[in-house]
Design a protein around this ligand. Structure first.
Ligand SMILES: [Zn+2]
Ligand SMILES: [Zn+2]
Length: 134
């Protein structure tokens, strides 16, 4: 995402317009905010009608640690990149370290307890599933 380095007002305006499906009017006093967003290609705006809308952003996977290439959507890090065994999370725009669960062998987020998750979580899940069926 190229919304790094945005000010608070820019972030607020961007968060707002991304929830609006289409054009929305803006107040004259936020015009500079809208313009700076437009300069970054995040929104487009009409000066005459004082409306702006979000430009959908394609999630381009990039690595902040190396000159990563994305080949057929598969990230290929440079040798020795600390993110090479991590998973890209588009929502948070971060790389999440992965680990192999020694119980089931699945690759999971490093902070995901997987099979070591407390048992009462499963019991709660089953209980809620049963109540939904009833
Ligand atoms: Zn990398
Ligand atoms: Zn597991």
């Amino acid at each position: 995402m190229n919304d790094k380095g945005l000010g608070k007002k820019q972030r607020e305006a961007l968060a707002f317009i991304r929830h609006v499906n289409g054009w929305h009017s803006y107040a004259p006093d936020v015009e500079s905010v809208i313009r700076s967003l437009a300069e970054r290609g995040l929104v487009e705006y009409s000066y005459n009608s004082r409306q702006f809308r979000a430009i959908p952003q394609l999630h381009t996977i990039h690595c902040d640690q190396c000159q990563m290439l994305s080949i057929n959507g598969v990230p290929c890090h440079e040798t020795g990149c600390p993110n090479s065994h991590s998973r890209y999370d588009a929502d948070s725009d971060t790389w999440i370290k992965q680990r192999e669960c020694f119980e089931c062998g699945c690759t999971v987020d490093a902070d995901d307890p997987c099979c070591l998750a407390p048992v009462f979580d499963d019991a709660e899940l089953e209980a809620s599933e049963e109540s939904e069926e009833a």
